[in-house]
Design a protein around this ligand. Sequence first.
Ligand SMILES: *Cc1c(COP(=O)(O)O)cnc(C)c1O
Length: 539
Amino acid sequence: MSQTHTPSQTYLSTRGGDYSLSFETVVLKGLAADGGLFLPEEIPEVKDWRSWKDLSYSDLAFRILSLYISPHEIPRDDLKAIIDRSYSTFRADEIAPLRHLHDNLFLLELFHGPSYSFKDCALQFLGNLFEYFLVRKNKSKEGKDRHHLTVVGATSGDTGSAAIYGLRGKKDVSVFILHPKGRISPIQEAQMTTVMDQNVHNMAVEGTFDDCQDIVKALFGDPDTNDTLKLGAVNSINWSRILAQIVYYFYSYFSLARTSSSFKVGDSVRFVTPTGNFGNILAGYLATKMGLPVDKLLVATNENDILYRFWQSGRYEKHPTHGEEAQGGLKSDGAQAHRDGCKETLSPAMDILVSSNFERLMWFLAKDFASTTGLNDQFNKKQAGQEVLAWFKSLKSTGGFGPVHQDILEAGRLSFESERVSDPETLEAIKSCYERTEYVLDPHSAIGVAAAERSISRTNPGVPHISLSTAHPAKFSGAVKLALKDSSSFNFEEQVLPAEFVALAQGERRVTSVENSWEKVREIVKKQVDEDLKVEETG
Ligand SMILES: *Cc1c(COP(=O)(O)O)cnc(C)c1O
């Protein structure tokens, strides 16, 4: 099919190796051939965003997504149907309800999808998108001619369950989800391994989440794997996930305007986002680029604080360096420290050493910087690609890069602030929120609330804060019970635990244990895909 695109609906790689890609290519490939991440060549600036105020979640999603996807690629009726189907699985009519916690603090509940984390907001959509593209590719094709997608993803818990619920039972897709063995919560483990659909395969890797991510990266970088399997990514690097997440930044802003008498459309808010791979908050950044009035985006981290340190120092490093050594940009500890630098915290979905999507922000900052002296847009994009390539080469070889140019850091600080919240502070936030409002936060959302409260105490008290709640508290019962163990009125089973989870815990499991070796994983994946193909042919 020949396709024409308007300029705003094609895509490039952050490392400069690819331009003019279609949305479909970007979604199905996940990662660019040069190792970069995909971004739209243009972020649409929306003049009439105010007119979206009273739209339903699905209608708003349709408006926003239409700006990034050419109608030649997905006709509008089809896009609407994909979106409607994606949000029909949510338990809350509003999809993402906004709750008033206290004073100027609001909580955006993003956990009403099938796996009870915010990741469903994007992965339900991605699953339907994959299916749509594959059905179209495979029209009137049979057997070996059919395009079969092999999705491989790493998870520290929530991505995996959300991906599995997004892709279970989808034709022409095999799903492999790698999780660090014994390092995810029991309910996350149950959510993933009790799914019995033939196309879903769980692998428990002897290692950390970063090891799982490295294995996935190695598979994507391996020509042999790419020749035999068509790999698809569902990790937060997939552009369609970022795209779908833009919606709730707008939606919650409008919810606030509808419910709060002192807040009008046009006023500024602060968003506070519990951050790991930087996918969620990057969507907020894109919303601001589209025109949403955001005072600041607050990056809330746990003790795995690479992002917090970046906003302090302008250096992006797996491990902090100090003084002279850091000034010179020469580091000796990169390679071997990489393996075990990640701390295990009470908020495991944020336990990362490096944040994949941060590369996307750096591309925007580098491009804006280039444009202060640059010749034209094309030149600025080239410059940005080269800068990003150099930074991320350095990250790979030395464990870090920076300090970045002061102007780049300053430009970034116009949009972002950061707070780091420790485990004891997380527990304290769950406790004090419960005592004050009887609302039970999960540990990730508690990090957001703790960060928001710090921000509220030092900023103009008039600025409302929308703190994103990224998971249902029942997914992280250990931390929640620990935080509320002295609250006599609290009863986890009665106040928090959904009936659905009780049933899951007793369900049958299917999972394969595997060594921390990407070759071993490749062997298993290849064999299993062969079997899945046979089943599809006969079944
Ligand atoms: C994935 C996840 C995060 C981190 O989101 P990023 O997009 O990776 O920054 C935070 N909280 C929960 C509960 C998550 O599942």
